[in-house]
Design a protein around this ligand. Structure first.
Ligand code: TYC
Length: 120
């Protein structure tokens, strides 16, 4: 008698069917679906010009892109020789911020230095 009453009132003790079938499960869902998509990466590209001083470009690569003096000099010389070069590869928001910082520094210094980003 007592058992029959429990079976009628307590879903957990019902004889037939499972919780999943009827959406009566309780508690907090703990299974998670792992996210597998990596964020897109963007190259920050520096463009050569005939006027921006080499020292300014090196200082900028050290300050904004956290390059060593040797790395910064090498990147600057690559750009000087080839016309363009890669300062670094970042997620979109970081790349966008760095481009803005370069253009702002160039403008404030009165240099025509140009910088852009492209999807990697
Ligand atoms: N070509 C410049 C000069 O001879 C130097 C320079 C290097 C400028 C890289 C821009 O992105 C640049 N002074």
């Amino acid at each position: 008698m007592t058992l029959a009453l429990q079976n009628l009132t307590s879903p957990a003790l019902m004889a037939n069917g499972s919780d999943e079938d009827r959406g009566t499960e309780r508690g907090v869902a703990t299974k998670t679906r792992p996210k597998t998509k990596k964020p897109s990466q963007y190259r920050v590209i520096l463009l050569n010009d005939d006027y921006t001083p080499m020292e300014f470009v090196v200082a900028l690569l050290m300050g904004i892109f956290k390059r060593s003096q040797e790395e910064a000099t090498q990147i600057m010389l690559d750009v000087h020789k080839n016309g363009i070069g890669i300062c670094g590869i970042y997620t979109f928001e970081v790349a966008e911020t760095k481009v803005a910082q370069v253009l702002d520094a160039a403008k404030r210094g009165g240099h025509p230095l140009k910088c852009t980003l492209e999807k990697s």
